[in-house]
Design a protein around this ligand. Structure first.
Ligand code: SF4
Length: 916
């Protein structure tokens, strides 16, 4: 057996490179490290990250993260040396030079588990290791000898997963009114006797009762807008009435979030409602879009030769995980977010059902399918935790009519506008159009995989119904007009093929002729221009494309009718499975028909009259100058109009809540951005200020001596501020380009001072993992863009400084210009900026004991925007030197005051169980 501690081990960071060989660890140069890894199997942690630090992205080796994923699939791990040491009960490395030795010890510990009778995830391990050996997984020679062959053959993943049960549809909820005293009693029960009385939270819970009253008027849900400052404890404030209503009315409450972080937090809170985990899992269900879940049929295809090389190894590790996963959620669930990035995302997306190819009851795994299981579980649940997009799609498409959300709580309600904006938008782009072609035609040329076209998916219908068969053939013929593989290459070479490619070529020509880069800071990224005054060739191309799309829509309409007729005829072969499959096909066909109809409306605009309700524009999408898509886009000028029609008006009760619902502005802002202003009777309002001591625990520093556009000065400011705070800094940028430039200039220097710096768009890791690492290490700092502005919930000492690179002005896009014009010009901009500032500031103080500084590097921050910050928060305009003194003093004052994770008081308004 190979001795793990005899293997060389390598660690590389921005602070240096250390190699351990023959019992000695020494600092080495990049070349020596790469040579060692190329010659001998070398232990390392996170190969893509190590490779990036060495400037050698192809680096391979014995990656401990892969070993972890094999030994403990579905178990959380912060993928850092510290995280690994803590998870395995090993001593934390004192310095970076100690890390290679830790990697050896961790390898030995993980391999030892394989031989232990207490190994919890043994099931399937032997079979999987044998397959991985054949696939030449570098760890396999170390793993296989340590796993004893089981006396009986191990059950194959697909036979060990549980089956869901079909249940009768749930009756409509009873009509009841909640008693306020009962709600408050439930709140007291949920918060626990040790939690202090919180008047704000009690008032909040009492106000939330409004959303659970019986509805009085048509098209008018009982709607409450509730702004509750951080620390009010709104989560339990609404869970109290929601759970009481669910049990008394026998109905389902949908709680919708914008970020995965809040979804996870709510899932954890479910244990307060139902302390027995099995009951909690039944009564509280997390639902996401189907593209998040593992598709077992895709996995089976990958395991049986559909994937090769590294992707095949990933498929094996995903299969290990699937056997132990709580719900099969691959994105933000219990699949480690870092796992797909170890394989350079090679293959992971092909394992989900991203393209709507599901064959429903025709699938051999239908009864075990994670997606179907979660959809069924949510029908019977008390609480469904979902996201804004899914709630809107469910309400709008009404596919699962029985599951149309009726009582909805939109937490993070300040994002409703953006979520509605993307849900109700349309894009006719090359990528979208080729997806449609593949959906109709299936694989063409050399493409592999199990993708099937309409003809294969509906072969039984075609052989039974001649007209249906003819419609399928006609649709396949018409789909040839859509873009095919290599469409972008042909367009760039001036050789578009077919009417849709011709259209995209004309769009591209117009965009390049007219557009300026969207903001100088993003040069090399998106290019766009309005759909206005189109020239002759573009109008002609649009007309030709519309004819081609119409020729596709007609047979699809015929096919839809034939499928409905077959369901009605109910021929002998239409057993339960075939019926479910055809019903599934009707739903996905309906959605494609809507898409094509929306494209046709958009094309009619080119050369036709503009529609004042919409904003239309054309784009060439690029990353660092490299084109990847071309398209025409249509967004609602006011997306809360379809939101009100499709989601709010049909609902019985809606609560929209957030810490920043008014966005640092007034109630008009909250009403216009939530859709309440489109309801006949509007919405009720509730407001509770944060109980936190912002004047005593936070400060806003506006640094006035950093010149805009001076990258050297900007980088220097970031570096010095992070040093002054001793890490624990969240740096926010509005442009990726500047983020990268700053990171490149300061990461090495900070690392040498023991202050690791991570960055979105730089480090090869998903955002969730970066936040986990940041949270876990109080000396780490994180740079990111907009997504981090309110997706980060890092309480305690790990986040004590937020630095914004400047005033977060909106990008001068076509869409923004149109909304600005309609929304009052500069006042519209101010509302947006105040909301962004309020959200970013909100990252700083998550618990009563937190303290920190909020720094904006801006010589010209308008005073009118400062109302974004909580009343009483000290705001000073200072030089960088003064800011550094202040940050350092504030940070020292905070040190030692941050509570440990187990002791924190959380946003739900109670204390963690450890303290109780
Ligand atoms: S039912 Fe659909 S999504 Fe589920 S495993 Fe089968 S093909 Fe995949």
């Amino acid at each position: 057996m190979i001795d793990a501690t005899a293997l060389p081990a390598l660690h590389a960071s921005h602070g240096g490179i250390w190699l351990r060989e023959g019992g000695n660890t020494q600092a080495v140069a990049k070349g020596a490290a790469i040579a060692c890894a190329a010659e001998t199997p070398t232990l390392l942690l996170n190969a893509p990250l190590t490779g990036q630090r060495l400037g050698y992205p192809e680096l391979n080796g014995l990656d401990l993260l892969e070993l972890w994923a094999f030994v403990h699939p579905a178990r959380f791990l912060v993928p850092t040396p510290k995280g690994l040491a803590e998870s395995l009960g090993l001593e934390r490395p004192g310095s970076e030079a100690d890390i290679p030795q830790l990697l050896q010890a961790a390898t030995a510990a993980l391999l030892d588990i394989l031989g232990s009778p207490a190994w919890a995830e043994r099931d399937g391990g032997w079979t999987s290791a044998q397959t991985l050996l054949r696939l030449r997984w570098p760890w396999a020679p170390l793993v296989t000898p340590r796993i004893n062959r089981p006396p009986e053959a191990e059950r194959w993943l697909f036979s060990r997963l549980p089956e869901w049960e079909e249940t009768p549809p749930r009756p409509a909820p009873r009509t009841i009114s909640l008693d306020e005293d009962a709600v408050l009693a439930r709140l007291a029960h949920l918060t626990g006797s040790a939690a202090e009385a919180r008047p704000g939270q009690r008032a909040y819970a009492a106000a939330a009762v409004e959303s659970f009253r019986p509805r009085q008027h048509r098209d008018q849900p009982n709607m409450l807008l509730a702004e509750a400052g951080t620390g009010i404890g709104k989560t339990l404030g609404y869970l109290a009435p929601a759970s009481l209503w669910a049990s008394e009315a026998q109905g389902t409450v949908w709680i919708s979030t914008y970020t995965k972080a809040l979804q996870r937090q709510l899932d954890r809170e479910s244990l307060r409602l139902f302390p027995d985990p099995a009951t909690a899992a039944r009564r509280v269900v997390v639902r996401k879009g189907r593209e998040n879940y593992l598709c077992l049929l895709n996995l089976e295809d990958a395991l049986q030769g559909g994937f090769s090389g590294r992707a095949a190894i990933l498929a094996q590790l995903v299969a290990r995980w699937a056997a132990f996963s709580k719900d099969g959620d691959m994105v933000g669930g219990d699949l480690p977010g870092w796992l797909p990035t170890l394989f350079r995302r090679n293959g992971s997306t092909a394992l989900t059902d991203r393209r709507g190819e599901c064959i429903y009851a025709g699938c051999p795994h239908y009864r075990k399918c994670f997606i179907e299981r979660s959809a069924r579980a949510s029908a019977d649940a008390d609480i469904v935790i979902a996201n804004h997009a899914l709630v809107m799609i469910n309400a709008a498409r009404g596919r699962e009519t029985g599951q149309r959300p009726q009582r909805i709580i939109f937490d993070e309600g300040h994002h409703l506008f953006d979520a509605a904006d993307s849900t109700f938008s349309v894009a006719l782009s090359g990528q979208e159009a080729i997806e449609l072609r593949r959906w109709v035609m299936g694989p063409e040329g050399n493409s592999r995989g199990r993708r099937r076209g309409l003809a294969a998916r509906l072969s039984d219908l075609a052989s039974y119904d001649a007209e249906g068969g003819e419609a399928i053939r006609a649709a396949a013929d018409a789909a040839r007009a859509l873009p095919a593989d290599e469409w972008l290459k042909r367009i760039v070479a001036g050789e578009p093929f077919g009417p849709l490619e011709q259209l995209l070529a004309a769009v591209r020509g117009t965009v390049y002729a007219r557009a300026a880069d969207v903001g100088e800071a993003d040069a090399g990224y998106g290019l766009e221009t309005e759909v206005a005054e189109p020239d002759g060739p573009l109008v002609e191309a649009a007309q030709e494309a519309a004819l081609a799309l119409d020729a596709l829509l007609r047979p699809l309409n015929r096919l839809g009718k034939r499928m409905e007729a077959v369901i009605e005829d109910a021929p002998d072969w239409l057993d339960g499975a075939a019926r479910a499959r055809i019903e599934g096909a009707i739903a996905s066909l309906g959605w494609r028909r809507d898409l094509i109809a929306a494209w046709l409306a958009l094309l009619a605009r080119i050369g036709g009259p503009a529609d004042a309700d919409f904003v239309d524009w054309m784009t060439v999408d690029r990353i660092e100058g490299r084109e990847y898509d071309i398209g025409i886009h249509r967004h609602w000028l006011d997306p809360t109009r379809p939101l009100a029609e499709a989601v709010l008006k049909p609902a019985q009760g809606v609560l929209v809540t957030s810490a920043t619902l008014k966005g640092g502005g007034d109630w008009d802002n909250a009403e216009s951005r939530s859709g309440a202003s489109h309801l006949p009777r509007g919405a009720q309002r509730f407001e509770a200020a944060s109980p936190f001591d912002y004047p005593g625990r936070a400060e806003v520093l506006i640094v006035t001596d950093i010149k805009r556009g001076d990258i050297a000065a900007l980088s220097g400011a970031y570096g010095r501020l992070i040093e002054a705070a001793g890490g624990g800094t969240l740096g926010l940028f509005t442009a990726i380009r500047r983020l990268r430039a700053v990171h490149a200039r300061i990461a090495d220097r900070l690392a040498r001072a023991g202050l690791p710096l991570y960055a979105q768009h730089v480090d090869p890791m998903d955002t969730g993992t970066l936040i986990d690492i940041f949270r876990d290490d109080p000396r780490a700092s994180l740079l990111g863009t907009d997504a981090l502005r309110d997706g980060v919930d890092v309480p305690g000492h790990s986040l004590r400084l937020v630095v914004m690179e400047g005033v977060p002005w909106s990008k001068p896009t076509v869409l923004h210009a149109a909304r600005r014009l309609a929304g009052g010009g500069a006042a519209y901009d101010d509302r947006l900026i105040r909301a962004r500032l309020a959200q970013a500031f909100g990252r700083l103080i998550r618990r009563a004991e937190d303290r920190g500084s909020f720094v904006i590097l801006s010589a010209a921050m308008p005073s009118r925007l400062l109302s974004a910050f909580p009343p009483g928060t000290p705001i000073r305009r200072v030089t960088l030197d003064e800011a550094i003194i202040a940050v350092s003093a504030h940070s020292r004052a905070g040190h030692g005051h941050g509570m440990s994770l187990g002791q924190q008081e959380d946003e739900s308004g109670t204390h963690d169980l450890e303290q109780r």
